[in-house]
Design a protein around this ligand. Structure first.
Ligand SMILES: Nc1ncnc2c1ncn2[C@@H]1O[C@H](COP(=O)(O)OP(=O)(O)OP(=O)(O)O)[C@@H](O)[C@H]1O
Ligand SMILES: [Mg+2]
Length: 358
């Protein structure tokens, strides 16, 4: 069935009428309704029409934010396609006006659901993703600066423009500040072990400055099309940040974060908790692909994992202490009971992750 927004988008796209019969809705994320357009020539396309309501709230139209988001995806895809990995859409474009916003990109297949992947398939896909991310991280980003990416009216740039060494020291200091805040709370955790370990990790970490790379902050399974032959990565949320830190983030997401968030309203429908074993295999494969079995690199990657658990613990603690939670937080993290339970999970994981580093 063709609805009004779809008809308007098709008109703007200027696709011939016969194609109209071959449009199917294939997905819906928090921000877009997603349609597949089958074409006789030139390959199938995906049309993502921006929703007016997200997270239960009417979204205001901010041109700069839209340009920032879509130009960032474009740059990420472009950089990805400069490597031999055939992993991101080759074509990507977007359109915006107050009444209608959409993107149009290459269709990347539908892939397998996590629960239908065998453990060896999961591992192999993870390995390929690890190799891809390593390659991505090694490329010099087209965008200058560090941090969140913003559109300055002419081009994209990182919102922090400082000397790299200073950024690196601040990054390390941040973990110590977080650690300090957590140790003054009454949280039940093996305090001495955590403090000693984190201090030790940061002392070493300072001596191995990481490289500022174009990293992806949204590697959830909804944004990866799992397919042994050609796994694809879509809907990136890029930022400029340190390479190994974000390799650690991928592992953290698949080993801990995503299963731990599966009861939050935003993620409930995906039942990630049931797929924690296969996600863990994907993470194992990722580590192999990223580190190529180099033992020291593997160890440093695991240390980044611990640091992510530390940050997550801190975020949960802080959120729990807010008087009222905004709708977006309630959707993404759940209510205070859920946050409290997940905080306990974080603390247990923090202690556990210390053990496998010894
Ligand atoms: N290029 C593509 N090729 C194939 N399938 C796609 C493509 N883009 C999106 N999809 C499908 O549509 C679903 C939702 O798309 P997408 O993640 O872009 O939506 P979103 O609203 O931006 O998501 P989010 O909630 O993560 O912000 C995906 O999980 C995927 O199944
Ligand atoms: Mg998505």
């Amino acid at each position: 069935m063709i609805n009004e927004e779809l008809r308007d988008a098709i008109l703007k796209l200027n696709i011939e009428n016969s194609a109209m019969e071959h449009i199917t809705k294939i997905g819906e994320g928090a921000w877009h309704n997603v349609y597949k357009i089958e074409r006789k020539h030139g390959g199938d396309l995906v049309l993502r029409i921006r929703k007016k309501n997200s997270y239960g709230q009417l979204q205001e139209y901010h041109e700069i934010d839209l340009i920032t988001e879509y130009e960032s995806s474009k740059v990420y895809y472009h950089q990805a396609n400069r490597s031999s990995f055939n992993i991101c859409p080759l074509f990507f474009d977007y359109f915006y006006e107050e009444s209608l916003v959409f993107t149009i990109e290459s269709y990347m297949g539908n892939g397998k659901k996590l629960q239908y992947l065998s453990h060896s398939e999961g591992f192999a896909i993870g390995e390929k993703l690890g190799e891809f991310f390593k390659d991505m991280h090694e490329k010099i980003p087209e965008i200058k600066g560090f941090g969140n990416i913003i559109w300055n009216g002419k081009q994209l740039e990182g919102n922090i423009q400082q000397e790299t060494n200073l950024i690196w020291q601040n990054d390390n200091d941040n973990y110590l500040n977080v650690l300090n805040e957590l140790t003054t709370t009454d949280l039940k955790v093996d305090r001495k072990r955590v403090v000693d370990k984190v201090i030790n990790i940061i002392d070493k970490r300072r001596k191995f400055p990481q490289k500022i790379s174009l990293v992806n902050q949204d590697v959830t399974p909804e944004n990866i099309i799992f397919n042994l032959e050609d796994t694809s990565l879509i809907d990136p949320y890029p930022r400029l940040d340190f390479d190994l830190k974000y390799a650690g983030y991928f592992v953290f997401c698949y080993k801990f974060l995503i299963p731990a968030y599966s009861n939050a309203p935003r993620y409930q429908k995906h039942t990630y908790a049931h797929n924690s074993k296969i996600m863990s295999r994907i993470a194992d494969g990722f580590m192999k692909g990223y580190t190529k079995n180099k033992e020291k690199l593997y160890h440093r990657l695991m240390e980044e994992y611990v640091l992510w658990v530390l940050l997550e613990t801190h975020e949960h603690y802080e959120t729990l202490n807010k008087s009222e939670l905004p709708p977006k937080t309630l959707q993404q993290m759940g209510d205070k009971d859920m946050i409290k339970n997940r905080l306990s999970l974080c603390l247990r994981e923090l202690e556990k992750s210390m053990l496998f580093l010894n």
